[in-house]
Design a protein around this ligand. Structure first.
Ligand code: ADP
Ligand code: MG
Length: 292
């Protein structure tokens, strides 16, 4: 590869908002055969909104919502921000929790007004031995609509469920179909549950889904694909995605995402939509074929 053509290629890519960290990445990109897309903030807009509230028998909606918002207000997770904003919108006043603990990949644990709160996944409830039998059917229904449902336990008992919905980016579906036409295998990875992940993937035209991956597990999944001989481009925006972005053959960070993701990646996609992935690979292929 001649340095001149690599430089010209990088320059042209930059005009499209595709920033290669070095010329070697422009070269490596043309060998990619598998695209692994993070769900939240990559395939989707990443700004979920509160859509559903279910209250278990014997609990009061306003009281429970106030406790949940107070428990979540110190969390930086987009799901927590969606819950807090949605509850505030209902005119409910929020307090500071007495204690707060984020449990990455599971949810939060907090003490509010001397009451013990858990908000999060089935696994979180199982860990704390909360009986959620009466909630499961409704939870699955919400998830099959592509929503993320979070269970709430109050003093060790199931008390209600809140769901948020995130929407796929306007160009995600078209971009996925273009990537497939280019002969690339497209997959999605997420910490979210299988039903929600599959509903979102279907909207975007993605068949392969890796769901319920714990925050530290995304890099592990990249490694597994590489061990199958695949050349993997990981695309993500979050702190959670950084180890996978670093390990992948090519890491692509969404420019609207976290600095941590951009630092770990080889390419930053400033436009933030998935069409840029196809553009980057096309430009790399062209640059390399001009050299050969
Ligand atoms: P993602 O890959 O979508 O960013 P995470 O790995 O951060 O997901 O979280 C996985 C799941 O854990 C979420 O879908 C949610 O059910 C639960 N969870 C995480 N953080 C919170 C929180 N602050 N409040 C409630 N639930 C949470
Ligand atoms: Mg994300």
């Amino acid at each position: 590869a001649t340095p001149t053509s690599i430089m010209a290629g990088s320059g042209r890519a930059a005009e499209f908002g595709i920033l290669f960290k070095g010329g070697e990445h422009l070269e490596a990109t043309h060998k990619i055969d598998t695209i692994l897309l993070d769900k939240t903030g990559t395939v989707t807009n990443g700004t979920p909104e509160l859509t559903d509230v279910r209250i278990a028998q014997g609990y009061k909606e306003n009281e429970l919502l106030q406790l949940v918002a107070s428990a979540e207000r110190l969390s930086e997770h987009p799901l927590a921000q969606a819950l807090v904003a949605g509850i505030k919108n209902k005119g409910i006043e929020i307090q500071d929790p007495l204690s707060f603990e984020a449990i990455p990949g599971y949810g939060v644990k907090a003490t509010v007004q001397e009451r013990e709160l858990l908000v999060g996944t089935r696994k979180l409830m199982n860990q704390y031995k909360v009986n959620i039998d009466t909630a499961l059917e409704e939870m699955t229904n919400l998830e099959q609509e592509g929503k993320t449902a979070m269970l709430v336990a109050l003093d060790g008992k199931y008390a209600g469920m809140l769901a948020v919905a995130d929407t796929i980016k306007a160009t995600s579906k078209e971009a996925v179909s273009r990537l497939k036409e280019m002969g690339l295998e497209v997959m999605m990875i997420t910490g979210d549950n299988r039903q929600t992940a599959q509903a979102i993937a279907m909207q975007a035209g993605i068949e392969h889904v890796i769901a319920e991956v714990l925050p530290e597990g995304k890099a592990e999944e990249v490694k597994k694909l590489q061990q199958q001989g695949k050349k993997v481009a990981m695309v993500g925006d979050g702190i959670n995605d950084a180890p996978a972005l670093a390990l992948a053959d090519i890491g692509m960070a969404i420019g609207t995402g976290t600095d941590v993701a951009m630092e770990a990646a080889d390419i930053t996609l400033m436009r933030g939509d998935l069409m840029s992935i196809a553009d980057a690979i096309e430009m790399s292929r062209k640059t390399i074929s001009n050299i050969k």
